[in-house]
Write a protein that binds this ligand. Structure first.
Ligand SMILES: C[C@](O)(CO)[C@H](O)COP(=O)(O)OP(=O)(O)OC[C@H]1O[C@@H](n2ccc(N)nc2=O)[C@H](O)[C@@H]1O
Ligand SMILES: Nc1ncnc2c1ncn2[C@@H]1O[C@H](COP(=O)(O)OP(=O)(O)OP(=O)(O)O)[C@@H](O)[C@H]1O
Length: 269
């Protein structure tokens, strides 16, 4: 079974409250984008995991694909598999790449072994592996709340618009990013403003991580400004960074301008 786990962007990211379990309640719109890994899972005589592409820090047993397989294998006594991951999505980049690999592993294993696990139960499995993981089970635009792992449908389609994503290679740990934040209720209603045309979002729809991370890494703010200067209708940082994205009305190729960085562009789904 061959699947293509894709990245996500956060449109608006409000860190509302610190929870008693140490996590934070957030509100955000999660939107899937086409920047993708490739993941193959096939039955085998012995278990193996192999990755190519970008180097993934940590032990094999920490890889979220391996954890996803082990978690489901424990409940369904599955035979061994061979997992091959081609890592393309930048790591520690606010794009949820590892979370997507985890969720796509769950979906692929479910299909491969005809387990018929309901979507809700697949989301429950995904939540056990990380806050961002559950989104990738259905992989469609949603309004996310609580830990970012509970969802409501969102009335938003950016089909036909163009996205440019710029990753400058600054690795930001999610734990570190959350530790620098003072939670607060947002001054705007994200669900309401998302119903407005894209041009109304600038200066209203905010990612709370930008404040501290733009002070620590001024380059990030410069990239966001460049995206606006090149005509983005809306630009922001995704997740806990360091990827910036710009949404454009028409196709544009900025890989020449951002040639030092890892850049992806494509049509929005
Ligand atoms: C920044 C976002 O990507 C926005 O979508 C997510 O909130 C992060 O989700 P994630 O990478 O799946 O995070 P997890 O693996 O669940 O948690 C990593 C660490 O981030 C912090 N964390 C994460 C999610 C959350 N709602 N509150 C938190 O405080 C916690 O310190 C946690 O130990
Ligand atoms: N398949 C995987 N791909 C990438 N990272 C993985 C994977 N499995 C485990 N990890 C671990 O997860 C860490 C960060 O993952 P990821 O790339 O999803 O971060 P991120 O882009 O900041 O995501 P998020 O938006 O969820 O904060 C890595 O440092 C790595 O050790």
């Amino acid at each position: 079974m061959l699947v293509f786990p894709n990245a996500k962007i956060n449109i608006g990211l409000n860190i509302v409250k610190k929870r008693t379990d140490g996590y934070h309640n957030i509100t955000s719109c999660f939107y899937p984008v086409g920047w993708s890994d490739a993941l193959e899972i096939i039955p085998a005589d012995v278990f193996s995991f192999h990755s190519d592409g970008s180097f993934i820090p940590g032990k094999e047993s920490d890889n979220l694909c391996v954890k996803a397989y082990q978690m489901i294998a424990a409940d369904y006594s599955l035979p061994p598999v061979s997992i091959h991951l081609l890592k393309i999505i930048p790591i520690g980049a606010g794009l949820g790449g590892g979370s997507s690999d985890a969720a796509f592993s769950i979906k692929a294993i479910n299909q491969l072994f005809r387990l018929e696990i309901s979507l809700e139960k697949q989301q429950d499995y995904a939540r056990r592996l990380g806050s961002d993981c559950a989104f990738f089970i259905q992989n469609k635009p949603v309004f996310a709340f609580e830990k970012g792992d509970q969802f409501e449908p969102v009335d938003l389609s950016l089909k036909g618009k163009w996205i440019v994503m710029v990753n400058p290679g600054i690795h930001i740990s999610t734990i570190e990013a959350y530790s620098g934040i003072k939670p607060e209720e947002p001054e705007y209603d994200l669900k309401l403003i998302l119903k407005e045309p894209l041009a109304a979002w600038k200066n209203i729809v905010k990612n709370n991580f930008e404040v501290t991370l733009f002070i620590k890494y001024p380059l990030l703010e410069n990239i966001k400004q460049d995206l606006y200067d090149f005509g983005a209708v809306y630009a922001a940082m995704s997740g806990s960074g360091s990827t910036l994205y710009g949404i454009f009305e028409k196709e544009i190729d900025l890989s020449g301008h951002f040639e030092r960085f890892n850049v992806w562009h494509g049509a929005l789904m």
